[in-house]
Design a protein around this ligand. Structure first.
Ligand SMILES: Nc1nc2c(ncn2[C@@H]2O[C@H](COP(=O)(O)OP(=O)(O)OP(=O)(O)O)[C@@H](O)[C@H]2O)c(=O)[nH]1
Ligand SMILES: [Mg+2]
Length: 611
């Protein structure tokens, strides 16, 4: 017997993906705001009764009249209009039980499709907590559909749905006497089957009074963001020291254990110097993700989007761009994907083009290395740490530049359409520590995989280039001077001399084009190979560059990293999401131009000021 095809459909943020994960045991991204899922995802599972089921998780939609690209996917799957995608045998309409007035509207619209359908009332735990009483048999009779209760975040929370799947397929929904408007029908259903307490959520109201306040709200938002960046620098420091200590110890052990020769060189100066330096930043990256994950689950993000709508409009974006841009702090790729929930195509394009300016986590190793080497770790006003302040400044610089670019783009376009921001504000929720821990584990895993995959390959390649051809007999300088990499670096040097880059930086930029954090491991490799004598090679990269570069060079490189589009995957995603090579090239071109210009100004200014 072939698998039963079911699809999870419903308004945004009702828990479709949580239910999908519960059914299939997978770990698709779940978060407490609308528009998390932007693509359909399929999974397979077997019911307790032994039936095999193929389930589709769909992007949330408010109606079948799609307004944004992600909603269009849902509409097409429900109608069977998507080529290569079979019409689902059963639609599982998912509704947030605490928000039925909104969610039942879409359920009624889906019922009009006349397909076999079951209604899953999700978030029943929350509904019960708030004293919402739902008369299931009455609702079932009124709708002419099986209705089940689910709690997607609980272990056995999908039992009711599973037993429906094990039984005979419900008949096609009856659309016979369905006319009249949806709004009136929802009111009638609610009147008959749902009893709500007077106030649905007092906590939400109280919190919103402060968090959505035009002045305090913005202040609190600023404080949250600032805390996040301070934490990344100060709280991670002890952990980082521990990691760095461990790495140094392993490095020394390798150096001692191996006989002198190419293998020792490759392992110690190539693999070890490269990977070690990047791994050192894992604690900071995890801390950043911890903040983002907790914010995502809390329900605060749509509020922040709402608060920032007005200032963002002044810059030519809207509050809708906030969540995609915030995700870009972790990585621009999910950020760019998240723009699918933006309805206006021009707003969406503007958001895509500026999202690489949000400081992604891959830049953190570069920033942290340079800040650690050049900025003293001192207290400012007895409260802040200067290194944290500089880091915050770099993030802020990225954000301000994005606003400036968006503003220019808005000037260039002619139709300045006004859309009001309609955002659903979800209930506040304390993030579940276990979920956050799992999320961290996964993202940490992705980082380590990247480090050990692409990075390792590029680092080893660079080590070969930096070590061969070997210096001639009687040569006095370090080996890299005679190598291929040395030649390439010297050949590039004139182009980058006006912005203060040394030839070693030029070499590191090449593998760094593939992914930003590779530049750090590349620098480590270049310096390890170019160091004279073992002591220098064993020393960490920070002190080496602190001795070799001027402050002006370091500042110029920091600013370069604010802009330079050194990430092939981001460019590939831009090309896919805009469906245009031209736009991907436009993004790369404008970012490189900005990077060069900004570094030039920084370097020349810093030199004038004597840095
Ligand atoms: N308390 C509780 N929380 C739930 C339940 N189901 C989902 N959630 C939470 O609700 C939020 C939204 O869940 P998602 O699964 O991302 O919702 P979605 O319907 O896939 O949302 P979109 O992809 O944006 O359409 C997350 O914070 C979940 O952890 C539930 O039954 N009870
Ligand atoms: Mg989802």
């Amino acid at each position: 017997m072939s698998a039963l095809n079911i699809a999870l459909v419903g308004n945004p943020n009702c828990g479709k993906t949580a239910l999908f994960n519960r059914l299939t045991g997978s770990r698709q991204k779940v978060a407490n705001y609308a528009g998390v899922t932007v693509e359909r995802k399929e999974g397979l599972f077997r019911t307790p009764g032994g039936r095999s089921v193929r389930v589709l998780d769909l992007p949330g939609a408010y109606s079948l009249d799609a307004a944004s690209p992600d909603e269009a996917i849902t509409r097409d799957v429900c109608r069977g209009d998507l080529p290569g995608e079979p019409v689902p045998d059963l639609l599982v309409a998912v509704a947030d039980a605490t928000n039925l007035r909104l969610h039942l509207r879409f359920v009624l619209e889906l019922r009009r499709l006349g397909r076999p359908m079951v209604l899953a009332l999700n978030l029943m735990d929350q509904a019960q907590r708030r004293g919402i009483h739902i008369d299931i048999p009455a609702l079932q009779a009124r709708l002419g559909l099986p209705v089940v209760e689910t709690v997607a975040i609980r272990r056995s929370g999908a039992a009711g749905l599973l037993s429906v799947l094990d039984g005979a397929l419900p008949p096609a929904a009856d659309v016979g006497e369905d006319h009249g408007d949806l709004h009136a029908q929802v009111s009638a259903l609610l009147a008959e089957a749902v009893r709500m307490p007077e106030r649905t959520s007092r906590i939400d109201e109280r919190l919103d009074r402060w968090l959505l306040h035009p002045v305090f709200g913005l202040l609190i938002l600023g404080a949250v963001m600032f805390l996040m960046f301070q934490a990344v620098f100060s709280w991670a420091a002890p952990l980082q020291d521990a990691v760095a200590g461990g790495i140094a110890w392993v490095g020394a052990a390798i150096g001692d254990a191996l006989p002198d020769g190419p293998l020792r060189g490759l392992l110690r100066d190539g693999v070890f110097a490269g990977l070690g330096t990047v791994l050192e930043f894992l604690p900071q990256i995890l801390l950043l993700f911890l903040f983002i994950l907790a914010l995502e689950e809390s329900g605060y993000l749509p509020r922040a989007a709402f608060l920032l709508d007005r200032p963002m409009r002044a810059a030519g974006l809207t509050g809708r761009s906030f969540i995609p841009l915030l995700s870009s702090f972790a990585c621009a790729i999910p950020g760019i994907m998240a723009t699918r929930s933006i309805q206006d195509p021009r707003d969406r394009l503007a958001t895509i083009l500026v999202s690489p300016l949000m400081t992604c986590s891959a830049r953190l190793p570069v920033y942290a290395l340079l800040i650690g080497a050049f900025i003293p770790r001192q207290e400012v006003l007895g409260l802040f740490n200067l290194q944290g302040l500089v880091l915050f400044g770099l993030y802020a610089f990225g954000v301000l530049s994005a606003m400036a670019v968006a503003w220019v783009m808005q000037r260039l376009r002619r139709d300045a359409g006004e859309h009001t921001l309609l955002l659903e504000l979800p209930s506040y929720r304390l993030p579940n520590p276990l979920d956050v821990a799992i999320g961290l584990w996964e993202r940490g895993g992705i980082f380590v995989k990247r480090v050990t995959g692409v990075l390792l390959a590029l680092t080893v390649l660079l080590w070969f280039l930096a070590s061969y051809p070997a210096p001639p007999d009687g040569a006095t300088g370090p080996a890299i001077d005679y190598s291929l990499a040395g030649m390439i670096g010297r050949w590039m040097e004139p182009v980058f001399a006006p912005i203060g880059f040394t030839w070693q930086i030029c070499i590191a930029l090449i593998p760094g084009l593939a992914a930003r954090e590779v530049a750090v491991s590349a620098l480590a490799t270049v310096y390890a190979v170019s160091a004279e004598g073992d002591e220098a090679a064993a020393a960490a990269l920070g002190p080496l560059i602190a001795a070799d570069w001027t402050l002006a060079t370091a500042l110029s490189l920091l600013v370069w990293y604010v802009f330079a589009p050194q990430c092939l995957s981001t460019l590939a995603v831009i090309r896919r999401e805009t469906n245009s090579w031209k736009r991907a090239l436009l993004a790369a071109g404008y970012l490189f131009a900005l990077a060069y210009a900004a570094s030039f100004i920084t370097y020349q200014l810093a030199r004038m000021l004597g840095a």
